[in-house]
Design a binder for this molecule. Structure first.
Ligand code: BG6
Length: 486
């Protein structure tokens, strides 16, 4: 069976000379072309400030995609991209740029026989989203009269609830919600999408996926890297905005959601947003006792970071989802930079079996069963259970049944952008944030931000680099008689 192909379209990247374009977007397009998912009627138009000509832009991109792929590009395959790669330079607040763009799009459309479907990717800072969309709208480029027009916006979507709503109002001046694709690259990861397949394509897990059987859920997004060259951005964002409010909440909603009535974008997103709505607002006491913020030692010396910065590079918290399925089951979340290793995983820990049967044996206690969804980098799923150690019936050991993506599917891990770009090209919004989800996410973290911003003396713990965060994070879960799985 041949691969499904994206709709014929022109992929227009604003911010085409930036990091994201070279490290993720073009490599993803290259991979999509390689896997046969792009139609012949396809082209890419880069838009950015540097005043270089098309030939120079193509040469730069060839070099940079090669570097991102880490291997020489197959000349024939790159040629297919290069023949379809165009460039326009200009200032985003100059209406002349959008007139130029319109002309270029018409010419490209004619040359490659592409109907006027345009996918605009805003790989630019959020303060430019409104300017670009206004420019597109004024030039008639958001009007869907003779083809679809879609806009992908990068995260972060807002800085808090109010700024997210203001940003959305700017976008809505020129676009309908169905044209806005708020990207979250975590949702492009195969392992994240597989959470739904795992839960809803198997009959044996769903009956025990609830408060009767689950003791707690813990989620970790750990990175060994620090903030690199992103000090200027990160020192305003911090871990709560950078990872928790979007990536982690998206994974959490997939773990906790009810089965949707269909796999359509709206039905799936309806169920996901209900999970966020079911989280009771944190009180000030909850924030003080069940949220930990911390900074790695040496963070304030990073480039472009305020030497007096109180921004968190680590956050841990305990949340609840107050609905029939999950009432009383804690969800522990933690994420940080400069931890011992890069690892994202979700652990569903089940309640222990009653001990009665073993009370006349030397077996003292039983370990709880755990299901570990390894999102990255060692993608897979493990089920941990107790087994009798060979010999007399006096010892049990915890053993693991393990599924590994790499071993089974022989699949190379992807960036996540391939799936998301493809979905945007076929008009599937399932894996993109709907505005009510963004708002619900901000609502959950608002009390935390208010408390942190309101009290300049509230505690920011320090942690050693390459440790699992501050001792407060251990206490957070140990107080409840549980522990992090490191
Ligand atoms: C980004 C964050 O969204 O995700 C980064 O801004 C983080 O700070 C990155 O490093 C992690 O993504 P991945 O896919 O490399 O784990």
């Amino acid at each position: 069976m041949s691969n499904p192909r994206a709709d014929p379209c022109v992929f227009v990247i604003f911010g085409a000379s930036g990091d994201l374009t070279r490290s993720k977007l073009l490599p993803a397009i290259f991979n999509l072309a390689e896997s046969g998912h792009l139609p012949d009627a396809f082209a890419i138009l880069g838009v950015a400030r540097p005043q270089i000509d098309e030939a120079a832009y193509r040469a730069q991109m060839r070099e940079q995609v090669r570097a991102a792929e880490g291997a020489p590009l197959e000349p024939e395959k790159w040629k297919r991209i290069e023949e379809r790669l165009y460039y326009v330079s200009g200032e985003f607040n100059d209406p002349g740029l959008f007139d130029q763009l319109k002309k270029s799009l018409a010419a490209i459309g004619e040359r490659h026989h592409i109907s006027s479907n345009y996918l605009f990717y805003l790989a630019v800072p959020p303060n430019l989203f409104g300017t670009v969309v206004d420019g597109l709208a004024a030039a008639g480029l958001t009007d869907e009269g003779n083809g679809w027009r879609r806009v992908i916006v990068e995260k972060p979507f807002g800085y808090d609830l109010a700024s997210a709503q203001a940003l959305n109002a700017e976008l809505r001046r020129g676009l309908r919600e169905s044209q806005i694709y708020r990207i979250d690259h975590y949702l492009g990861k195969q392992t994240v999408q597989n959470i739904m397949a795992f839960r809803f394509a198997n009959g044996i897990f769903e009956p025990i996926w609830n408060r009767r059987y689950v003791d707690h859920v813990q989620m970790t997004v750990a990175e060994d890297a620090g903030i690199g060259k992103r000090g200027a951005y990160y020192d305003k964002a911090g871990a709560l905005r950078d990872i928790v409010q979007n990536h982690m909440f998206q994974v959490l909603t997939l773990v906790a959601m009810e089965p949707p009535i269909s796999f359509s974008g709206e039905d799936v997103r309806d169920e996901k947003v209900r999970v966020l709505h079911a989280m009771p607002p944190l009180t000030r006491d909850d924030v003080r006792h069940h949220v930990v913020r911390a900074q790695y030692d040496g963070y304030v010396k990073e480039p472009n970071v305020d030497p007096a910065s109180r921004i968190e590079t680590f956050v841990a918290m305990r949340l609840f989802v107050d609905n029939w399925r999950w009432a009383g089951v804690p969800f522990y979340l933690r994420s940080g930079k400069r931890l011992p290793r890069r690892m994202t995983e979700v652990v569903v820990q089940f309640k222990r079996a009653p001990l009665m049967l073993f009370r006349h044996t030397p077996i003292g206690s039983l370990n709880a069963n755990m299901l570990v969804l390894r999102i990255q980098p060692d993608e897979g799923i493990a089920l941990c259970f107790n087994a009798k150690v060979p010999g007399p019936f006096e010892r049990l050991d915890t053993v693991t049944m393990d599924f590994s993506y790499a071993e089974h599917f022989k699949a190379e891990p992807e960036t996540g952008y391939e799936t998301l770009l493809f979905d945007a090209m076929i008009g599937d919004q399932t894996l993109f944030h709907r505005m009510d989800m963004v708002e619900a996410g901000w609502q959950v973290v608002s009390p935390i931000l208010e408390d942190w911003n309101g009290d300049r003396r509230s505690k920011v713990a320090l942690y050693e680099q390459a440790s699992w965060g501050p001792s407060e994070a251990d206490l957070l879960i140990e107080r409840d008689g549980r522990e992090w799985r490191n």
